[in-house]
Ligand binder design. Structure first.
Ligand SMILES: C[C@H](O)CC(=O)SCCNC(=O)CCNC(=O)[C@H](O)C(C)(C)COP(=O)(O)OP(=O)(O)OC[C@H]1O[C@@H](n2cnc3c(N)ncnc32)[C@H](O)[C@@H]1OP(=O)(O)O
Length: 725
């Protein structure tokens, strides 16, 4: 153990002869190297002491265990923590010491038992849980596989089909479901959890309850033939849904090894595969992303001031369109009473209906009961004037992107809302200083940029101006957390962070097409890279109207690096505006299935003539790698500018923004992390090459050029020219 151990276990032996071993490592009692060592020591002691007859394993402060300390994986990857001997933890300690012990262990689970946490619990001879506890094996989300026997024990406790689902989807189950699955043996209230577990352990010892080693159970596992079919199907699904990822297949292989060759062979295979898998790029990227996501709510100079978020009792939303109704849905789902304002009855009813439909779709999917639906919808109140704004704590304006309309609204809000009320705008591109120009409330004006559909998309871009008060930021961060959004705090500028990265992505794709590349090949290559869809399919989905409106903002503000093309306006003239008109870059059938359209060539030719560019034979035969680089390196270039200008606080925030706002594959770590895996010098040299051939759109920015010259990573902290935050 180190001088300052990272966590420990505490053992108390009661008069009943039960030793209660408690994992203590806040905030989630993760299994650090020190905790694991201490767990082993506590077990050694408990197994040797004559006054200990049975053991209860639990976690401090209502949390059983959040799994292996993920930071330890970073230590292993960097060689700072030595790799333990193969099978030491999983086989030698957990299986051969704890599970094989002559004293029974019972896990008392409250809060969470995730990853290694659940695996340790499954090694115990019984599990008692609270009904609200969350139990799961989410390791695949980190690019690894369960490594403490989870691949072997979970199928033996709940069956192969359910175990696979829990592992592949990385979704935990609640205590009640775990009980009905057989994963836990009994449910107890938090208050009675440990006492129930104590009694259970003694009952096992006295043979009043079965003494079960999960590893050797066979009753829940399907027959060999059936299990193989299930595994075959899972493999096909994994290949289809995650073709760039190997670790789900490795996980399935390891489960199969245990079923075919026996659980002990499975344990060894799991140990072997686990050792290698943590050194893969996928694992490094996903672990980076895990910490990046959690780092976004740490804002230097804001969240370190000791400010306490104020209570937001009521929120008002202006505009019941797609965005406004989505935001309202997200808020009422987070239990915030919401006032939705529209300009007339018809629009108001349509807005309320949209919220209702959003919630109803949850009921249909079985994610919400009818009772909860009614309770949630009752939190929404529609209004046509500002009277009920007199006691709101936060307003979110979500009307169309029209500067003078927004200015008028903010002037009105200043009159009607109480002085403490936060005045937020959901604008996706407009400068907030402009929006607040007609007010004297600049300190409480803030951007709350949601992504469509707002009730589903997890990102919330929080935009602050130089005048936004730290308290308003802390308050909005708290609201974001309560409605389960990942916030990214950015500075004020046209397009903020996400849309500034989006513009060059779409523009690069159009530039390539005008010079000879194929629309559908581009979409295919980008999808293969891991985006949910290609840039053209996405344009169709969001609609050309939105693409043109946001594009215009970019043209106006960043003229020198805008690639101007008439392709979309030409198509609009032909009444092609994307999926809603059934024609865009693709044509759509009744079932909204997209197919390539040979007619497209005609529009591309016309746009090419207007731009006065020639087809470049090289661009007609691009490899997938070239397509990915030519579309994403301009995004990296813009991300560098966003960082250099101080719009984003740190590169990792842009990684999160790209993954959650653009759909960039998390297993590539995010835009900047991915860029650094390729190297600044390489990216810069390619951009220079294309800039010479195809113009200023590709020109590397000063930040990029400087990093490339020094051979420095793009994401290491920048000496910012002038922070805009
Ligand atoms: C061998 C084994 O098979 C391998 C493993 O066990 S791998 C680990 C498996 N476990 C996991 O994947 C769980 C990961 N954690 C989570 O999903 C969520 O953090 C949680 C559900 C536990 C809690 O969520 P929530 O309450 O929203 O809090 P969240 O902000 O995410 O986490 C709180 C803090 O705990 C940290 N944390 C959570 N789980 C951690 C873990 N397993 N290791 C290290 N730190 C962890 C977070 O980084 C965060 O730290 P911060 O406050 O300094 O940013």
């Amino acid at each position: 153990m180190g001088i300052n151990p990272k966590g420990t276990t505490v053992m108390e032996v009661g008069a009943d002869g039960v030793a209660v071993i408690t994992i203590v490592n806040p905030p989630v009692n993760s299994l650090s190297v020190d905790v694991l060592q201490s767990l082993k020591d506590s077990y050694d002691e408990a197994l040797h002491r004559d006054d200990v007859k049975a053991i209860v394993l639990t976690g401090a402060k209502g949390k059983f265990c959040g799994g292996v300390d993920i930071a330890a994986f970073v230590g292993l990857q960097g060689g700072k923590i030595p790799q333990p001997k193969l099978g030491y933890l999983s086989v030698e300690i957990l299986t051969d010491t704890v599970e094989a012990a002559r004293k029974p262990s019972v896990a008392a689970i409250d809060g969470l038992a995730l990853g290694g946490g659940l695996e340790v619990a499954m090694v115990c001879h019984a599990r008692i849980s609270t009904s609200s506890a969350q139990l799961g094996l989410p390791e695949l989300q980190l690019g690894i596989i369960p490594g403490f026997g989870g691949t072997q024990r979970l199928p033996r406790l709940v069956g192969v089909a359910k175990a696979l689902e829990m592992m592949l989807v990385s979704k935990p189950v609640k205590g009640e479901e775990a009980h009905s699955l057989g994963l836990v043996d009994a449910i107890a209230s938090p208050h009675e959890l440990v006492s129930t577990a104590r009694r259970w352990a003694l009952d096992i010892l006295e043979r009043r309850r079965p003494w079960v080693a999960s590893l050797h159970r066979t009753d829940k596992i399907e027959s060999l033939g059936e299990a193989r079919e299930i595994l075959k199907f899972a493999r096909a699904q994994a290949r289809k849904h995650a073709p760039n990822l190997d670790h789900p297949i490795v996980c399935i292989d390891v489960i199969e090894a245990g079923i075919v060759f026996g659980p002990r062979a499975g344990l060894w295979k799991e140990a072997e595969e686990s050792q290698g898998i943590i050194h893969t790029e996928t694992c490094k990227n996903l672990i980076h992303f895990f910490f990046a996501q959690r780092g976004t709510s740490r804002v230097p100079g804001i969240t370190d001031r000791g400010l306490v978020p104020r209570r937001i009792n009521k929120v008002a939303i202006l505009g019941g369109g797609l965005m406004g109704s989505g935001i309202a849905t997200a808020l009422i789902l987070g239990n915030y009473p919401v006032v939705l304002k529209e300009v007339n009855e018809k629009f108001l009813q349509a807005g309320i209906d949209r919220v209702g439909a959003n919630l109803r779709s949850r009921v249909k999917k079985g994610k919400m009961t009818q009772e909860k639906f009614e309770k949630t919808l009752s939190l929404l109140k529609g209004v046509l004037d500002y009277e009920s704004f007199r006691d709101v704590d936060m307003v979110i304006e979500a009307v169309i992107e029209n500067v003078s309309l927004k200015q008028q609204i903010f002037a009105d809000l200043e009159k009607y809302c109480p002085p403490h009320c936060i005045l937020a705008s959901n604008t996706s591109t407009i400068d907030l200083n402009l929006i607040g120009e007609k007010t004297r409330s600049h300190d409480r004006i803030i951007g709350a940029h949601f992504f469509s559909p707002a009730q589903v998309m997890p990102l919330l871009e929080i935009v602050r101006t130089e005048k936004t008060s730290p308290q308003a930021i802390v308050d909005l961060l708290d609201v974001g957390k309560n409605i389960k959004k990942t916030p990214v705090v950015v500075g004020n500028c046209t397009g903020f962070a996400v849309n500034r990265m989006f513009f060059p992505y779409t523009m690069a794709a159009i530039l390539l097409v005008e010079r000879g590349a194929d629309v559908y090949q581009i979409d295919k290559a980008i999808t293969k890279f891991g985006m949910p869809m290609g840039p053209f399919r996405l344009c169709d989905l969001v609609g050309f109207g939105v693409a043109v409106a946001t594009g215009a903002q970019f043209v106006q503000n960043f003229t020198e690096r805008t690639y101007k093309s008439m392709l979309i306006p030409i198509m609009q003239e032909e009444k092609r505006a994307g999926e809603t008109t059934r024609k865009g870059f693709y044509v759509y059938n009744d079932k909204r299935k997209a197919s390539p359209d040979p007619e497209l060539k005609k529009f591309i030719q016309k746009a090419r003539e207007i731009s006065g560019v020639d087809v470049d034979p090289k661009l007609m035969n691009l490899s997938d790698k070239d397509i990915v680089e030519m579309t994403f390196f301009p995004v990296v270039n813009e991300a560098c500018r966003v960082l250099a200008e101080g719009i984003a606080i740190k590169a990792a925030d842009l990684d999160v923004a790209a993954v959650m706002g653009m759909g960039f594959p998390p297993y590539r770590g995010g835009i900047m992390f991915w860029a650094d895996s390729l190297g600044s010098a390489y990216i810069c040299s390619r951009l220079e090459e294309w800039s010479n051939m195809y113009g200023g759109f590709f020109k590397p920015c000063a930040y990029m050029a400087e990093r490339a010259a020094k051979g420095a990573p793009l994401s290491s902290p920048a000496v910012q020219a002038k922070s805009r935050l």
